[in-house]
Design a protein around this ligand. Structure first.
Ligand code: FE
Ligand code: CA
Length: 514
């Protein structure tokens, strides 16, 4: 880990640079950081287990500086965690080192905690105290909790809209947030937007770090991270629009060069997310797929459909399916991840088996009326693999499959049928696609071709084009998804609506009006 500067020398050398961080210790979840506060990016927690959780922060007194305003040496950080907001009952403390090699981020994997319980935590660096965070552990493997409430978010383009949705999510009393990708967007700063990306299109470690720091400076996003643990996975824009494994959006980029960019992007992602050490990137590789169990209530299979996928067939857009889309070797997950998923599903004893992943699985025809066009960037571009997944769910009688997705900035509730060409084909799972937090700007309550979309795609039960997030509540016998929407994101203060609610009854796959 290299030679550490003593706590004393850090205090002396950093005191002037950091200024007083005491302004941040308000004892509540909100509160904008004071200038020079090393905890300007807030705190977060993630990947809850029955006995522990990851606590995250990053020291960055000047978040938009390439080095975050930190000296190029390791810095000691301490943490406290307790059962109460005052951090006294069952107090646990520990030390961590914020390394410059990881942008002075800290990922503490606290263990030895009680299952199914709320905890509060805080970091300290020198004299500076972080905002207070709240988190929780998962239930024991054999336990059946009475209910779980989750929020599902994706696609938060900083320039295209405000993150008002998170202000409402904060009041929804959810246990866990799932973020399904497009946490940042990599593009260069553009004029005449709600906010402006700092810097050019991200391509270097420095560039991605600045981008994450800018996004994580958003107070609504910070408050939501401080309130509950998040379970995150990334999609394309954390690296490059529509990338596939080692293939860039720009077709003239050599795979070896793109992998250097991917390594930088993955490292910055790890540095800014509450992920376990298992996800620490090794060069361009990052192990992001994992199972998060919620007792016997739910197994969440968090997927990575970018890192191992074969290139989009016949181009990335909406197309009639070409031969390559039917290629049995084409893959979104890669063989290793698919084997891991099938093995986990086969062993699962959970009431609900949830695929928390990026792209829509239902084969939705995006061309209204005559002719068909499917998105080649989503599961319909990888027809054979989608069939394998749905057939596996059917043949192995996997209990209550639910697919969660984001990516397309619109809401959908879909019945996942084994054969999308067969009329009356068996529904084997249910898909809930959540819209964007802000990407795309103000949404519309009803898309102009809604009737035609529904007529062309009888398995689509609901579609909506507003901004927002999903709020899901599940118990052993039923799952309810509320489509929480905000009417605008281009100015602050949007109210929240529950535009629609759909449910699934255990043992009866398919969405029903709630
Ligand atoms: Fe997006
Ligand atoms: Ca995307």
């Amino acid at each position: 880990m290299g030679e550490l500067f003593s706590r004393r020398s850090f205090l002396i050398t950093a005191a002037a640079a950091l200024g007083s961080g005491l302004g941040s210790c308000g004892g509540n979840l909100r509160g904008a950081a004071a200038p020079g506060d090393p905890f300007s990016l807030g705190v977060a927690s993630g990947d809850p287990a029955p006995d522990g959780v990851v606590l995250w922060t990053r020291l960055a007194p000047r978040p938009l500086d390439p080095d975050g305003g930190m000296p190029a040496r390791p810095v000691d950080v301490s943490w406290s965690l307790a059962e109460d907001e005052g951090l006294t009952r069952g107090l646990r403390t520990g030390n961590a080192v914020a390394l410059p090699q990881l942008a002075h981020s800290v990922h503490v994997e606290v263990a030895g905690l009680d299952p199914d319980r709320v905890y509060w935590y805080r970091f300290r660096a020198g004299d500076a105290l972080s905002p207070l965070g709240r988190t929780r552990t998962a239930p024991l493997p054999g336990a059946l909790p009475s209910r779980l409430r989750i929020a599902v978010a994706s696609c938060q383009h900083l320039e295209q809209g405000l993150f008002t949705a998170y202000e409402h999510m904060l009041r929804d009393d959810v246990d866990v947030v799932f973020h399904l990708g497009d946490y940042i967007y990599e593009g260069a700063g553009q004029d005449k937007k709600v906010r402006r990306h700092a810097g050019p299109e991200c391509a270097t470690l420095e560039g991605y770090r600045i981008r994450y720091a800018q996004y994580k400076s958003d107070p609504a996003l910070q408050a939501m991270h401080a309130a509950v643990p998040w379970i995150v996975t990334s999609d394309d824009h954390e690296v490059d629009n529509n990338y596939a494994n080692d293939i860039s959006e720009e077709k003239n980029v050599k795979p070896a060069d793109f992998l250097k960019r991917r390594a930088a992007a993955y490292q910055a992602y790890y540095e800014h997310m509450p992920l376990r050490l298992a996800a620490l990137p090794q060069g361009p590789d990052m192990l992001l797929y994992r199972r998060i169990a919620w007792g016997k209530l739910a197994d969440f299979f968090v997927l990575d459909t970018r890192q191992y996928r074969s290139d989009q067939p016949c181009g990335d857009g909406n197309k009639p399916p070409c031969a390559e889309a039917m290629d049995p070797k084409a893959t979104l997950m890669g063989a290793l991840q698919r084997d891991w998923l099938f093995d986990g599903l086969a062993r699962s004893g959970a009431a609900w088996n949830v695929l928390a992943q990026q792209v829509m699985m239902a084969r939705v025809d995006r061309l209204p009326g005559e002719g068909v066009a499917y998105s080649m960037d989503q599961w319909p571009g990888y027809e054979a693999e989608r069939r394998k997944v749905l057939q596996f769910l059917q043949e192995r009688k996997i209990a209550n499959g639910v697919v969660l997705a984001g990516d397309i900035h619109t809401n959908w509730a879909n019945d996942l049928v084994v054969d999308f060409d067969g009329p009356g084909s068996t529904t084997v799972a249910t898909e809930f696609v959540g819209t964007s937090i802000s990407s795309g700007g103000d949404g519309l309550q009803a898309p102009k071709d809604l009737d035609k979309i529904l007529a062309d795609n009888p398995f689509v039960r609901f579609h909506n084009t507003e901004r927002g997030y999903l709020r899901c509540e599940l118990d052993a016998t039923s799952w309810r998804t509320d489509y929480r929407t905000v009417p605008f994101v281009l100015k602050p203060g949007a109210p929240v609506n529950t535009r629609a609610s759909w449910r699934v009854e255990a043992g009866q796959p398919g969405a029903r009006k709630a």
